[in-house]
Design a protein around this ligand. Structure first.
Ligand code: SIN
Ligand code: FE
Length: 315
């Protein structure tokens, strides 16, 4: 019976009965007229993915020509548009780059409008990261295990400690050939943290100091940042978990949008090409329910403060 219950779930569309759906569908049709609902805020803060099937990015006919993998400069993972309007990582002619910057800029404004309407509690507190355009085909990308986003993980940054700052992300699929962007989405953060924390290497302040001195990190890695990276790595390296962990497959069709806290929603991207993504950083503790955050959950599970220079960690 145990074997049968472990049948691989990610070939099926339906979630297993044991998992509440990690996807919440919202039928907005207008980016700028989003309106809040407490249950949606609670859902995204619980690590669920908010899915907007009717909220496509309206690609202009001339922009179709920009949907090519070779719009990416050699050796780059994605194209990004900075807050200053500077485009990075793009190839193509000057005209094409200008058109690409305009396209990405339009998405940025729409994503921001969506979040302002949907999550007004965060207004004035979000810090906008560069907007990214990802023209690479996911399924042909060869990567190390640690960098392989086809493996289930939560997002964590190796070089930029964030001390519990939240990573809110807005995604849209703009594939012109009908290809969905296929994700796997797993169990809630606390369940996964309980599974993987026992395998985490302990935090060492001297190591964090060394990494900082060597400029491997841009600031001192906190115990929180260490544990988030450990969860990220332990999840990705666990073949059993990757294959048999509770999860569902979710194909996001072109012309749809989805939003999640990617430091909390366990996810993997299996296939797809041509996506745009906007990251918005929310300072720690500014959630409507800060107790649902990864920082609060890990702090509870570990039983001591995890941020604050050297707090309780002079080992
Ligand atoms: C990721 O954050 O793991 C990548 C998501 C995607 O490329 O769709
Ligand atoms: Fe990720």
């Amino acid at each position: 019976a145990v074997r049968r219950r472990r049948v691989v779930a990610h070939h099926r569309r339906t979630p297993r009965a044991v998992m509440n759906s990690p996807i919440v569908e919202i039928d907005f049709t207008d980016w700028q007229q989003a309106h809040p609902r407490p249950e949606w805020t609670a859902a995204v803060e619980a690590g669920k993915v908010l899915y907007f099937p009717k909220l496509g990015f309206d690609l202009q006919p001339a922009e179709r020509a920009l949907l090519r993998e070779d719009m990416l400069a050699a050796g780059k993972r994605n194209v990004s548009l900075g807050a200053d309007g500077v485009l990075k990582g793009a190839a193509g002619s000057a005209d094409e780059q200008q058109a690409l910057a305009a396209m990405i800029g339009r998405f940025r404004a729409q994503a921001q409008g969506l979040i302002d309407g949907l999550l007004p509690e965060y207004k004035g507190q979000l810090r906008m990261a560069p907007t990214s355009f990802r023209p690479k085909q996911v399924e042909t990308r060869a990567q190390s295990v640690r960098a392989d986003d086809q493996r289930m993980h939560v997002d964590a940054f190796p070089s930029r400690p964030n001390y519990g700052e939240r990573i809110l992300r807005v995604f849209t699929n703009l594939n012109p050939h009908g290809a969905p962007r296929v994700w796997r989405v797993g169990e809630d953060f606390e369940t996964v943290a309980r599974q993987f924390l026992p395998q985490a290497k302990p935090y060492r302040l001297w190591q964090a100091r060394l990494l900082n001195a060597l400029h491997v990190t841009k600031s001192l890695r906190s115990e929180y940042d260490h544990l988030m990276l450990q969860l990220h790595d332990r999840m990705k390296f666990d073949e059993q978990y990757q294959k048999n962990g509770t999860q569902m497959t979710m194909p996001f069709p072109p012309g749809s949008v989805w939003v999640c806290f990617s430091d909390q929603a366990t996810h993997a991207v299996m296939s797809g090409q041509f996506m745009m993504e906007q990251t918005l950083y929310l300072p720690p503790g500014r959630e409507v329910n800060p107790q649902a955050s990864p920082l609060a959950i890990l702090t509870r599970l570990v039983g001591r403060p995890l941020v604050g220079v050297g707090a309780g960690s002079a080992r």
